[in-house]
Design a protein around this ligand. Structure first.
Ligand code: C2E
Ligand code: MG
Ligand code: MG
Ligand code: MG
Length: 291
């Protein structure tokens, strides 16, 4: 009896696991076809400098417009794409799209650097540099207008290889940002030796600085480190004017977050870039908050 029950439970779990595995498999197959079926989109989120009162660039963020499920967030499909290796093709697709967009802006007289996210698997591929060169050439975009964002864990994983890889990317003329900074385990002595242009303070610290002194202390430490190592620093996930004031006062004037602009389709991003910083609703709020 107990045995039968046990077996029943086992079958229950295994049935549930099968269902989940099947669902994943289905998603993976659909994702495999998403590029060819033209279901991927790129959203662009502006980055601002509140001291210069300028939009200083945009980040390209992938979206999947699933025929039945609607917009699927990257948080859901990026991990799947990483496990299956599909991320390399996705990153590459976003890279091409983003380079073409930045080139189009350049032709309109808008000089706007575009940042793309580079996943771990993509970074490790030996042909990364070649693929980036191809994308730049095909889009006729100067390398200086392309920025590569990669997380701390990627940059810190295989220091020998990564130093070489990052140096190649730098020599090509692209700039390099460390994404989600503060969440990983950076070795400061390695960081100093790497050709990093900018660190992005992770949203989790920015979130809390309104009420949490420890997070503000971490943010200040990251800003101090960046200054010492002659890197730019930008905060991600800025949602309030209080956060803006605290960050700005601490010396971080580059900000990105919903307060300024959400990720948006190219058409709206173009309008936003044409209108400029002062046309952002938050910019008006800031002006009244600081005057
Ligand atoms: P990330 O690169 O750190 O991008 C920032 C994420 O935070 C984006 O989420 C953005 O929409 C969101 N965000 C920006 N400002 C705010 C804010 O003020 N509040 C809140 N709550 N969120 C904000 P998204 O687009 O869902 O992307 C999530 C992650 O997926 C990205 O984090 C990145 O790691 C990954 N990802 C997105 N696109 C790509 C891609 O093309 N390639 C790769 N490899 N990864 C990508
Ligand atoms: Mg990013
Ligand atoms: Mg980030
Ligand atoms: Mg983040």
């Amino acid at each position: 009896n107990a045995k039968a029950k046990g077996r029943g439970r086992f079958q229950f779990y295994s049935g549930e696991m099968n269902a989940r595995a099947l669902q994943r498999l289905r998603m993976e197959n659909e994702l495999r076809k998403a590029i060819d079926n033209n279901e991927l989109r790129v959203a662009y989120q502006p980055k601002v400098d509140v001291q210069q009162r300028k939009i200083i660039g945009v980040e390209a963020l992938v979206r999947w417009e699933h025929p039945k499920q609607g917009i699927v967030s990257p948080a859901e499909f990026i991990p799947l794409a990483e496990e299956s290796g599909l991320i390399v093709d996705i990153d590459n697709w976003v890279l091409h799209k983003a380079c073409h967009q930045a080139s189009e802006w350049l032709n309109m007289g808008i000089t706007c650097p575009v940042a793309v996210n580079v996943s771990a698997l993509n970074f490790k591929k030996t042909n990364l540099v070649e693929r980036i060169k191809t994308a730049l050439r095909e889009a006729d975009l100067p390398a200086s207008l392309l920025e590569l964002e990669m997380t701390e864990s990627i940059v810190m994983s295989d220091i020998e290889l990564n130093t070489e890889r990052l140096t190649q990317l730098k020599e090509m003329g692209t700039s390099i940002s460390i994404d989600d900074f503060g969440t990983g385990y950076s070795s400061l002595s390695y960081l100093r030796r790497l050709p990093i242009d900018q660190v992005k303070i992770d949203r989790s610290f920015v979130n809390e600085i309104d009420c949490n002194n420890e997070d503000m202390a971490i943010v200040k430490a990251i800003i101090a480190m960046s200054t010492t190592l002659k890197m730019e620093v930008i905060a991600e996930g800025v949602e309030t004017t209080t956060q803006t004031e605290k960050l700005s006062k601490a010396g971080c004037h580059r900000l990105q977050g919903f307060l300024y602009a959400k990720p948006m389709p190219a058409k709206f991003a173009t309008e936003t870039l044409l209108a400029g910083f002062d046309a952002l609703p938050a910019a008006k709020k800031l002006a009244t908050a600081t005057s």
